[in-house]
Design a protein around this ligand. Structure first.
Ligand SMILES: C[S@@+](CC[C@H](N)C(=O)[O-])C[C@H]1O[C@@H](n2cnc3c(N)ncnc32)[C@H](O)[C@@H]1O
Length: 315
């Protein structure tokens, strides 16, 4: 079936007029193909750059997509990124459809904060757009708190907490390559990185160690990837996001009144089931206080397919 990309993109663009008119951010999902007419395609805007990611082989359509995007907005760079499942060689998987990659914006803006980008990163370029409401929540609920940002990636969630007045944010991720990227975002925002903001290592090694050392936090951000892999530091075999094991550890690191914010990327359980699992894993030391989902640029009538976020409080 041939798709009318002009029609699909123009409709998606007009459905997001409110985002375009807002001066609070310059980045959002332009096209969410799963529910907007092309299931393997997502298009995301970061300032004047737009990235077209595809899991279905739509290479013959890319020129039409480029023209449709340019009719909506004067993008200076349009990047195409093909998924490895299509079988393309690495060097053919990403290229500029329009503009020059050396002119790519270095950061995206959201609620007064700049986040560093690496446009040619093969996976996410640095900022998960579905987590925008999480960053907003953190900026409003972190004053005076010591926050632990687990599975930190580029640190964006911890940086939002700091901008909201957190007294400290400690990022933990197993990838060493992320350190300069986190530092870059601190620098852009005029924030002091210090020497103890980033712990590089496996979560299953560091959380038990932190408990043993008597560490405590007033906020913990828990955003595991959809599939957590088995760790050499733990005997157990993680299932999905492994919330049960992770929450049993995190709940011991929280001060009373501290919050735990969980991001559910799983599709095998309802929201109620996921929340119940968290409370049980904390031995009933947590209570649910707030819930929200991704915003209008991730349209889906089925809430169980969206990013679901629950906030818990330590009793
Ligand atoms: C989905 S990303 C997290 C996104 C991040 N919270 C954000 O909003 O930008 C998952 C991250 O988990 C890290 N990771 C995966 N397994 C880990 C482990 N066992 N210990 C520590 N980090 C891990 C990966 O390196 C990756 O950066």
């Amino acid at each position: 079936m041939t798709l009318n990309w002009h029609e699909l993109i123009e409709k998606a663009w007009n459905d997001r007029k409110d985002l375009l008119e807002s001066d609070e951010f310059d980045c959002w999902r332009v096209f969410h193909g799963y529910t907007e007419g092309a299931s393997g395609v997502v298009i995301e805007k970061f300032g004047t750059m737009v990235i077209v990611e595809y899991k279905d082989d739509i290479r013959d359509d890319l020129d039409e997509i480029k023209d449709a995007l340019l009719q909506c907005f004067p993008f200076t760079l349009i990047l195409a990124k093909g998924d490895q499942s299509i079988g393309l060689r690495l060097k053919d998987r990403m290229y500029a459809l329009h503009g020059d990659i050396s002119d790519a914006p270095k950061f995206a803006k959201e609620y007064g904060i700049s986040y560093g980008l690496l446009p040619d990163a093969m996976h996410n370029c640095g900022l998960y757009l579905d987590a925008r409401p999480v960053r907003k929540w953190l900026a409003h609920n972190s004053e005076g708190r010591r926050v632990l940002n687990l599975f930190s990636f580029t640190g964006s969630l911890g940086i939002a907490a700091l901008k909201g007045g957190a007294k400290a944010a400690i990022h933990l991720d197993k990838s060493k390559a992320l350190l300069p990227r986190i530092q870059n975002s601190y620098e852009i925002n005029g924030m002091d990185f210090g020497t103890r903001s980033f712990i590089q290592g496996d979560i299953y090694k560091h959380l038990p160690k932190a408990i043993k050392n008597g560490q405590r936090f007033d906020g913990i951000i828990l955003d595991p990837p959809p599939k957590v892999y088995k760790s050499p530091y733990s005997e157990h075999q993680p299932k999905g996001q492994d919330f049960s094991r992770l929450v049993s550890l995190c709940s011991k690191l929280l001060n009373p009144g501290g919050w735990l914010i969980c991001l559910f990327h799983r599709y095998d359980a309802t929201w109620d089931q996921s929340d119940a699992e968290i409370i049980a894993s904390s031995s009933d030391t947590l209570k649910m206080t707030e819930r929200f989902t991704s915003e209008c640029d991730f349209p889906d009538d089925n809430v169980d397919r969206k990013l679901r976020v629950t906030v818990f409080e330590k009793i």
